[in-house]
Design a protein around this ligand. Structure first.
Ligand code: XIL
Length: 371
């Protein structure tokens, strides 16, 4: 065979193979779009998949709105139901932004969680001083009654108290030395749930916490103190669920057995468990996108395989859904090199990342729950 013929055949073979790989890519892209959603994968296992959203994103970003509806069956306001957002001016409660999200959830047939009535952060500036005066307890109660009462039974479940545990403050039972603790003592937590129960007797009430996921001493102390608080609240019939925020960090030590035991201990209290604010801090991961994405997906998969392996875990909520809306680009969480965080399943352009597929695989592998 002449060299010219050989060369022509080689070029033809290369063209054919590049066409095939192009077709593969096209197929990959098209089947990528045809893949079952995270919502449908979760529902097949008796779970749900959801995301934290802002009223601004839902109102201003139709593509994002569509992405939420495509992959989620539940949403949670990342800020709009907090005290500082609703009542920045004392006595002047504004629910309009939260109402935008509640109305969106109704129109889009999504459930919506309430987050959060009592948290030491995002408080109005006037609260600490007013809580300290003689009507402090009435102010505390009025806030919970008004916020939970405003939305009523449109809310699927409430994070009544958020992040009340901070062992570093060296208080009994590892409680955080928050303004609520300082003014009312530890009983503020039970009081908050008593009020919530009275306002919404049928709504599942959750305690929400972070820093219980890893194998260092700080996390171990938080796990122990959190279980103690959950036991106390459950024994009094004041809570129905436990939210594990699941703010992960690439490079932190995760011990599957340790975390599985913690989940089992919480499940033994007959609490529903939700993963409520899932994201992955990638500050410790390399800058290169493909290397970083693989590290994020691997870390997330190891965590989710354990968490979703516990049948008491009923849902996974990611905190933003897209890198476009992560909170992790702000200090103190931003990467030292200033590159944007890539810890959400969809990238800035709402395209599925390796993390999306890792979440999909973990959902597919989860044991089936009967709700
Ligand atoms: C964050 C929001 O994502 C931010 O937009 C807001 O500025 C501050 O709060 N734990 C919680 C969440 O329970 O409410 C926090 O969300 C993240 C930490």
């Amino acid at each position: 065979m002449s060299s010219r013929t050989t060369r022509r055949r080689l070029i033809a073979a290369m063209a054919a193979s590049s066409m095939l790989s192009l077709m593969d890519n096209v197929r990959a892209v098209s089947t990528d779009n045809d893949l079952p959603s995270l919502r449908s994968r979760a529902e097949r296992r008796g779970l749900f998949f959801g995301c934290g959203v802002s009223a601004h994103a839902i109102q201003a970003d139709p593509q994002f709105r569509a992405a939420v509806i495509a992959d989620c069956s539940e949403i949670v306001p990342t800020a709009e139901m907090k005290w500082g957002w609703i009542e920045s001016r004392q006595g002047h409660e504004v629910f309009s932004d939260a109402d935008v999200l509640v109305d969106f959830s109704t129109q889009s047939k999504l459930k919506i969680r309430g987050h959060t009535a009592i948290w030491h952060q995002n408080l109005p500036n006037w609260v600490p001083m007013v809580l300290k005066d003689q009507n402090g307890a009435a102010t505390f109660e009025r806030h919970i009654r008004n916020v939970l009462g405003h939305f009523g039974d449109r809310i699927a479940s409430w994070d009544v108290v958020n992040e009340a545990i901070w062992p570093q403050d060296r208080l009994p039972e590892g409680l955080r030395n928050s303004i609520f603790q300082q003014v009312f003592g530890p009983k503020y937590i039970e009081r908050a749930y008593e009020i919530a129960r009275a306002v919404l007797p049928k709504t599942p009430l959750f305690y929400n916490e972070f820093g219980v996921e890893y194998n260092d001493r700080f996390h171990a102390e938080k796990r122990a103190a959190t279980l103690q608080l959950l036991t106390r609240l459950k024994r009094r019939g004041l809570i129905d669920g436990f939210g594990i925020q699941s703010h992960l960090h690439v490079g932190w030590g995760f011990d599957a057995k340790l975390f599985q035991q913690f989940l089992s201990d919480a499940a033994d209290l007959e609490l529903k468990i939700l993963l409520t604010e899932f994201d992955v801090n990638d500050a410790n991961a390399p800058a290169d996108f493909s290397v970083r994405d693989a590290a994020i997906a691997d870390h997330a998969r190891r965590y989710l395989d354990v968490a979703l392996g516990e049948k008491a875990v009923k849902g996974l909520i990611v905190w933003g859904l897209s890198d476009r809306y992560t909170w992790l680009n702000a200090p103190p969480y931003a990467r030292p090199d200033g590159l944007p965080n890539r810890g959400q399943p969809l990238d800035q352009n709402l395209q599925r990342k390796v993390l999306w597929h890792a979440i999909a695989s973990s959902l597919d592998a989860a044991p089936v729950r009967n709700q």
